[in-house]
Design a protein around this ligand. Structure first.
Ligand code: ZN
Length: 159
């Protein structure tokens, strides 16, 4: 991949970091999850509004590095309007991409995150919002989940 593409991808990340999309609390969310990445200091909350099987609204807030924020911002854009199954499929495709084993699934602008696979610490930054999204989807309506990149499995129950 050319250096030009790397630069383009970098500008996508910086742009989402400067002007994150769907960066707000959601009062009437169905589920939410807090995610932390202690190694970098990234902290964010993901809110999801569900209508049956569909993610009708997705938002996030938090603090962290450019990669964690850009990944969260792009995630809210791409999964909004999707079904649970589609969102989980995207989780799989994005996770595979950032860990260096791309599935070839269409992840849209999230391709910009492919470069992090060379930096294991950054993989946790890029995947944080996605783990939070998955935990939120596993929570019961009205519940709040929590996930840490330093915990095994999908996230501590009741922690
Ligand atoms: Zn980070």
């Amino acid at each position: 991949m050319s250096a030009e593409l790397d630069e383009l991808y970098q500008s996508v990340i910086l742009d989402h970091n400067r002007r994150p999309k769907n960066f707000r609390e959601m009062e009437d969310a169905t589920v939410k999850a807090d995610g932390v990445n202690p190694l970098c200091g990234d902290q964010l909350t993901v809110w999801i509004k569900l209508d049956g099987d569909q993610l009708t609204d997705v938002s996030f807030r938090g603090q962290g590095c450019a990669i964690s924020k850009a990944s969260a911002s792009m995630m809210t854009q791409i999964i909004k309007g999707k079904s649970r199954a589609e969102a989980e499929q995207l989780f799989g495709d994005v996770h595979a991409l950032i860990t260096g084993h791309p599935t070839g699934g269409d992840v849209g602008p999230l391709k910009a995150l492919g470069g992090v696979s060379r930096f294991p610490l950054r993989v946790k930054c890029a995947s944080l919002a996605w783990h939070a999204m998955k935990s939120a989807l596993a929570a019961r309506p009205g519940d709040s989940a929590a996930v840490s990149t330093e915990a095994d499995g999908p996230g501590p129950e009741g922690a």
